[in-house]
Design a binder for this molecule. Structure first.
Ligand code: GDP
Ligand code: GDP
Length: 495
């Protein structure tokens, strides 16, 4: 059997070769006059500054954005005057939320600056609070600026700064360049981990060069990464070969930052599909562990790289065991969903059930499996289920159609206008459990695709209940055709 290798990005990452669009984004925050601009200018070396208005712009202040160079490290750096105003005025007004959402949606890291000469200032704590509230997933790096001539009291301020709750601060001087190596040492490992994941998550550099500028339609035409997973002997290899035989097969090394592997690539209806072939090495670990188990650890790696996961089940096994999915199959499907991947379920070996005596079975399995699959994986709705016979080459087209359909839904972008018109209808449709403390969703917006991720801005302090989230998720899926893709809803409160 021919081996089907794949591309894996590994450390070290050469940031100088990474497409600017893929680089992580670091936001510089801090109260006024701590030296945000000074650090920004040092990082971008001033002349490369790019000043523009955010696209989402009725009210917004300028956000400066440029490419930072710190040794061999590269990243996008944002210096936002608007955020500073928002924090220091202590108010979270309606007008600032769209910019906040916009900036935070594009940011993965933050540098929080304090002025070492002033010590820890009450407004520094406000900045920390602001960040926790709006972007709890970002743990900022705290830097003590203006430390070129501070001497003894450095240690004192450093221990004060722990009160921010973001760990040990790093001493720098934006004006003299002191401490840039220390900053590099803190940032580099974080950004490198992020970069490895991003590169593996996406395909290759040139595939995504202009991704940010693509419309919804275009984005879903980007190369698709498909992982085929399943227990041994369900027919993964047979299906893979069936899919490949129909199309032009290209197997060979792909250019990547680390070229220690290759992947399978084929074209389907003019679209490039990269197949992450779990079959080969999954089989190997299966042999070690006994035939019944599914190597979840190994599969997880391929899940991280995939956009869409196709889980293959065996119809014969389903009939025998009287259940659609084994425990390990459920685990792997849930894992895929947790990782934000789209899911398609394929029931193979349907040819085994075609005989007369089996026609009842045939009907039954077609009815029962979609229902059971949906029951055991309630995290996403509308999971496509395809019935095929890989051996006879039946159902290949259906498989690819569902995979591509799910991928398109996974890439969906819904306009804020459309969502908020939808919100009005949907709010009246749902019977909110606790009417007195009923949260009011003021504004609903999509901040990210792949998978679709939404932010619900709530008035008051209440949070949505689990059941409300489920209702919203299901309504989004029904009303906007988002079957088979995870849908994420983030809650933010506006006072
Ligand atoms: P921002 O309001 O946070 O953007 O702060 P700026 O970058 O405009 O800096 C505020 C003031 O601090 C300016 O007068 C800078 O020259 C000064 N400053 C910035 N960085 C340093 C530094 O590392 N050392 C010293 N001594 N002054 C600095
Ligand atoms: P993998 O371990 O999941 O890659 O499974 P394989 O593709 O190696 O197939 C395992 C066995 O199932 C082989 O003997 C295949 O011939 C058989 N098989 C695969 N697909 C089908 C199918 O659609 N129908 C039937 N009857 N057998 C199949």
């Amino acid at each position: 059997e021919k081996k089907k290798p794949m591309v894996v990005y590994k450390k070290p990452i050469d940031f100088t070769k990474v497409d600017a669009k893929l680089l992580p984004t670091v936001m510089i925050i801090g109260r006024p006059n701590v030296g945000k601009s000074a650090l920004y200018n040092r990082l971008i070396r001033r002349r490369e500054a790019l000043v523009y208005n955010t696209p989402d712009d009725h009210v917004t202040r300028d956000i400066r954005e440029g490419i930072a160079k710190l040794g061999d490290l590269r990243f996008n750096v944002l210096d936002s005057a608007g955020i500073e105003t928002e924090v220091s005025s202590g108010t979270i007004l309606g007008r600032t939320t769209s910019m906040t959402a916009n900036v935070l949606a594009r940011t993965q890291f933050a540098v929080l600056i304090i002025d070492v000469r002033a010590g820890l200032h009450p407004l520094d704590l406000e900045v920390g609070k602001w960040l926790r509230k709006h972007a709890p997933q970002i743990k900022p790096i705290v830097v003590m600026n203006k430390s070129e001539s501070i001497g003894e009291s450095l240690a004192e301020v450093a221990s004060e700064a722990l009160a921010l709750g973001f760990g040990e601060p790093t001493a720098i001087s934006a004006e003299t360049g002191l401490g840039m190596t220390a900053l590099y040492e803190v940032l580099h490992p974080l950004l490198e981990d992020y970069m490895v994941q991003t590169l593996n998550d996406r395909c290759s550099q040139d595939d995504v060069t202009s991704e940010e500028n693509l419309s919804e339609e275009d984005e879903s035409k980007l190369p698709l990464q498909l992982a085929i997973v399943g227990r041994p002997n369900v027919g993964k290899s047979t299906m893979l070969n069936a899919l490949l035989e129909e199309e032009r097969v290209l197997v060979g090394p792909e250019a990547g930052l680390t070229r220690d592997a290759v992947r399978v690539q084929f074209e389907f209806q003019g679209r490039t599909v990269y197949m992450v072939d779990t079959a080969g090495w999954l089989e190997r670990t299966e042999r070690d562990k006994g035939p019944a188990s599914l190597s979840i650890m190994q599969s997880r790696k391929s899940l991280m790289r995939a956009h869409i996961v196709a889980l293959v089940l065996d119809a014969e096994e389903i009939i025998k065991s009287q259940r659609s999915m084994t425990h390990s199959e459920v685990v792997i499907a849930r894992r895929a969903v947790e990782e934000g991947r789209g899911l398609v379920v394929i029931v193979n070996k349907m040819d085994c059930l075609r005989g007369k005596q089996n026609s009842e079975m045939y009907k039954k399995i077609k009815e029962a499996v979609p229902i059971e699959v949906q029951t055991v994986i309630p995290q996403i709705t509308g999971i496509p289920v395809v019935f095929i016979s890989a051996l006879e080459g039946r159902g290949r087209l259906q498989v690819m159609n569902e995979v591509i359909g799910t991928y398109k839904r996974w890439c969906s972008r819904l306009s804020t206008g459309r969502l908020n018109r939808w919100l009005i209808k949907v709010m009246s449709r749902h019977s909110w459990k606790d009417f007195a403390s009923q949260p009011k969703i003021k504004f609903f917006t999509q901040v990210k695709a792949r998978p679709p991720t939404f932010v619900a801005f709530l008035t008051g302090k209440t949070q949505l209940l689990e059941s409300d989230i489920r209702f919203l998720t299901k309504s989004l899926k029904d009303d906007f055709d988002l079957g088979g893709t995870p849908i994420r809803i983030i809650q933010r409160s506006v006072l």
